[in-house]
Design a protein around this ligand. Sequence first.
Ligand SMILES: CCCCCCC/C=C/C(=O)SCCNC(=O)CCNC(=O)[C@H](O)C(C)(C)COP(=O)(O)OP(=O)(O)OC[C@H]1O[C@@H](n2cnc3c(N)ncnc32)[C@H](O)[C@@H]1OP(=O)(O)O
Ligand SMILES: NC(=O)C1=CN([C@@H]2O[C@H](COP(=O)(O)OP(=O)(O)OC[C@H]3O[C@@H](n4cnc5c(N)ncnc54)[C@H](OP(=O)(O)O)[C@@H]3O)[C@@H](O)[C@H]2O)C=CC1
Length: 265
Amino acid sequence: MHEPEFGVAGKTAIVTGASQGIGRAIAETLAAGGADVAICSRSMDRVGPVAEEINEAEDAGEAFAIECNVREREQVEAFVEETVEEFGDIDILVNNAGGEFVAPFEDISPNGWNSIIDLNLNSTVHCAQVVGEVMREGDGGVIVNLSSVNGQHPAPNESHYSAAKAAIIRLTETLAVEWADDGIRVNCVAPGLIQTPGVADTLGIRSEQMPSREETDRRIGHSEEIADVVQFLVSPAASFVTGETITAKGVPRPGNSFDVDLGLE
Ligand SMILES: CCCCCCC/C=C/C(=O)SCCNC(=O)CCNC(=O)[C@H](O)C(C)(C)COP(=O)(O)OP(=O)(O)OC[C@H]1O[C@@H](n2cnc3c(N)ncnc32)[C@H](O)[C@@H]1OP(=O)(O)O
Ligand SMILES: NC(=O)C1=CN([C@@H]2O[C@H](COP(=O)(O)OP(=O)(O)OC[C@H]3O[C@@H](n4cnc5c(N)ncnc54)[C@H](OP(=O)(O)O)[C@@H]3O)[C@@H](O)[C@H]2O)C=CC1
């Protein structure tokens, strides 16, 4: 009888933007499965406690945290170098750090546009190139990039973010082909609206506005539900899956998974 292998025990992983929200859930899920995780955010005060909590858990992998702004190539290089020193190799990269502000296209300044492209797309490029080199020189690996339903469908007032997240999908497909012979699988997850501190603070969408998790229709997703998809993609069970985007948005409908009034005129 065939038993699918969903485990990550003994693997080493980098998860960017893991001080809260989806990134934190991904790091905790992989560590709970026995992977050693290197995690980062822009603030050691925020990401350090996540590593401490993982290290206190029984039967979990090891964690170490580092301050790294993934918009800065040099900081990504230092983070990856330190991870290799710590763990010896990198099997898994999850490009999670990302974010946005909402504004009509005509109100986005060149600097505002660049900040969102840097944060979402260029950070993914930095991490994929730097970690990809380590994987190609080693035994290959698995990369998962966080896109969004906004990268798949029109999203008014999120033109910069949507453009970046759409580009991440095509980058994923391209790298899956370019790096197939190096034993590197590259996939994407496109979440619908997920209840995270970032969504609450930045977009002003709070959990009390949301239907409860028990409701099957039109509910907001939870970070763990994205972490579970990532866990599948990085596991041996997904060994024949590359260049794909898995959408995780609950009930199928075009566009966003939940109709939220963002309060823009
Ligand atoms: C229908 C429902 C749809 C819901 C979809 C939900 C999809 C979820 C998407 C997510 O990504 S969830 C994650 C949420 N978390 C975040 O978004 C938080 C992350 N935010 C940040 O890190 C930062 O705020 C930022 C957005 C990256 C900006 O960081 P940066 O340090 O670059 O900022 P500044 O230097 O302050 O500004 C740079 C530039 O951008 C302009 N700008 C900033 N905010 C706005 C705004 N609200 N409107 C217009 N322009 C803005 C700012 O003015 C600067 O430009 P210049 O003035 O210098 O030209
Ligand atoms: N929540 C949602 O509805 C959806 C989210 N996504 C995507 O999922 C990912 C995670 O989103 P979510 O959990 O909601 O986001 P949050 O804003 O809640 O968390 C973002 C995380 O990224 C870190 N971060 C932000 N900027 C940087 C940076 N420049 N360098 C390093 N770390 C950084 C933050 O840490 P710190 O502040 O400490 O630096 C934090 O840990 C993003 O790519 C997002 O676009 C996609 C679709 C929907």
